[in-house]
Design a protein around this ligand. Structure first.
Ligand code: ADP
Length: 233
């Protein structure tokens, strides 16, 4: 049984968070999102001409996202360059953002999103997606909604929100990690992955807890964007 969390948080408690936009002056839009010891910075470029040209779509824009962990983001130094994990995470972020951005309003153009993880303590794909969606909004792209993402999970019979790396590594407790991303105002799930084993009913509980956590992240994202607008005016 997992009765008390390793960092003494409540089972439905998120780690302390920070969100801000406009952190990369040379990008069209940018954002930083921190949750506990996990932090991601996202920069957005475009809409611009599609390169290479054969990727161009005459009726919609395309989006290219790249996720990368900086070498100093983890204690044992992440290897530079893209590995299979980076490629997978880049793809799931691209898929989720494609549902949030109104690509049909920008035919024949391309949006590029670069996300860098500066500190990793689990949940980096969710933090990256949250930062990327704020950066897209900061760039003024037409959007259906922001993306709010968090990992929930199931450890030793308990549903948990926002797992740390130490919790993900509780293999004897059968730790299961479920990254989830929502378009909150549309009530749509745009990313759902599962690493581990969990029953059907428990999975519903995990998703429910993830959704409540994502709503808190959503409020923080909106607050960061509002702050930016009021600072500019
Ligand atoms: P996520 O970061 O979205 O939870 P994973 O489950 O693949 O994705 O990774 C879990 C955690 O494992 C990361 O957040 C990070 O703390 C750690 N990790 C991932 N890759 C490496 C690496 N190359 N070196 C050290 N730690 C890593």
């Amino acid at each position: 049984m997992y009765e008390k969390r390793l960092d003494n948080r409540g089972f439905d408690e998120l780690r302390p968070m920070e969100a801000e936009t406009g952190v990369v002056p040379n990008a069209k839009g940018s954002a930083r999102f921190r949750i506990g010891n996990t932090e991601a910075i996202a920069a957005v470029y475009g809409p611009e001409e599609v390169k290479p040209k054969h990727f161009e779509k005459f009726d919609r824009g395309i989006i290219m996202c790249k996720y990368d962990m900086l070498p100093f983001s983890v204690p044992d130094r992440a290897k530079p360059g893209f590995d299979r994990r980076d490629t997978e995470i880049s793809q799931v972020i691209t898929n989720a953002l494609s549902r949030a951005i109104r690509l049909e309003e920008m035919p024949r153009s391309m949006i590029t999103v670069r996300v860098y993880v500066t500190q990793a303590d689990a949940g980096t794909r969710c933090a990256s997606l949250t930062a990327a969606s704020m950066a897209c909004a900061d760039a003024g792209l037409p959007m259906r909604d922001l993306v709010a993402a968090v990992a929930a999970g199931y450890i030793g019979g308990s549903v948990c929100l926002d797992l740390t790396k130490d919790e993900e590594d509780l293999h004897d407790e059968g730790a299961t990690d479920v990254p989830i991303a929502f378009l909150p105002s549309k009530d749509e799930i745009v990313l759902l992955q599962l690493d581990g084993k969990v029953g059907h009913e428990e999975l519903n509980e995990v998703i429910k807890m993830g959704k409540i956590g994502a709503m808190k992240i959503y409020e923080l994202e909106k607050e960061a964007l509002r702050r930016r607008v009021s600072n500019e005016s």
